[in-house]
Ligand binder design. Structure first.
Ligand SMILES: [Zn+2]
Length: 289
């Protein structure tokens, strides 16, 4: 089975573009770092696949962040994709959800989709309501508003992998409505097992052989966390010296744990004094974590 890859495809006869994604080792890296209840794990996996698909639809180079903040059993979910194909994600829950459905899992809240361009510091954020049975329903609403192109998402996840498909109608002078209806009906026949266990070329041919499908070269994706000592130091600097010194006085050191990758950073009184004196570590200095 093709792992940790995203394929783009075209359905020439139906003016439709598509994407297929399968996340495996990258997904295992996320699961290693927290013991997620099954319902939380599945919705996080769907978000993980969705962010990979969404980031491949961005026209400019940048990172994409999906964040859910809410008041239900799961109160926070964050997944991020970088332009290099690096993914990371987490969910936080205060009690175990007993039923699926977005409102049963998250209560009320919203989904924020943020795109940050790497080149010009530009930021675009879209907010959508946390509504619908599945995450894909809510995200289709996002596409309707932001891209104004009819878009379908199909997401699935289990303990081994997560996977997804995206279909989007191409902008065109004239559309044949029947084409879009037909490719959607074919997508509706897809089962989670098929999506998780079929090679992309075989699956797309099986569903869309009459639409002259064209499959492009894959993009490989992997788990990678962008946290580093420099970012932690900047956060501590933004606290101010007084606050930093008082934490040191109380706890002996400032300890920061990255929630995405579980890396531990520890700065003692010497490190903090150096930080506020403005002395940078030389590249040869050993890492502190
Ligand atoms: Zn990290």
């Amino acid at each position: 089975m093709t792992k940790d890859a995203l394929y783009r495809f075209m359905l020439e006869n139906a003016d439709t573009r598509g994407e297929w994604v399968h996340l495996d080792n990258s997904w295992q890296e996320v699961l290693k770092r927290a013991d997620y209840p099954e319902i939380v794990r599945d919705v996080l996996g769907e978000a993980f696949a969705a962010v990979a698909l969404l980031s491949a639809t961005i026209k400019h180079q940048g990172s994409l962040i999906l964040q859910i903040r809410s008041n239900g059993p799961v109160h926070l979910l964050v997944v991020q994709a970088s332009p290099e194909g690096h993914l990371r994600g987490l969910a936080r829950w205060s009690r175990e959800p007993t039923e699926t459905g977005l409102n049963n899992i998250f209560g009320t809240g919203h989904i924020a989709i943020t795109m940050e361009a790497t080149t010009d510091n530009e930021r675009y954020q879209g907010i959508i309501a946390l509504e619908g049975e599945k995450l894909s329903n809510a995200l289709e609403e996002y596409f309707k508003r932001s891209e104004q192109l009819p878009t379908r998402l199909w997401l699935t996840s289990d303990a081994d992998s997560c996977a997804g498909m995206l279909l989007q109608r191409l902008p065109a002078q004239q559309h044949n409505e029947e084409d879009w209806t037909r490719v959607n009906m074919l997508l509706d026949t897809l089962t989670p097992e098929e999506l998780l266990n079929t090679e992309p070329a075989e699956l797309i041919y099986r569903l869309y052989h009459e639409e002259s499908p064209r499959l492009f070269d894959p993009v490989m994706l992997r788990f990678h966390c962008s946290c580093n000592l420099g970012k932690i130091e900047n956060t501590i600097k933004s606290l101010g010296q007084e606050e930093a010194d008082s934490i040191i006085a109380e706890q002996g050191a400032i300890e920061v744990n990255c929630e995405f990758c579980n890396s531990q950073y520890r700065l003692d009184s010497v490190d903090v004094a150096r930080l506020f004196a403005g002395i940078e570590l030389s590249p040869a200095s050993p890492a502190l974590h």
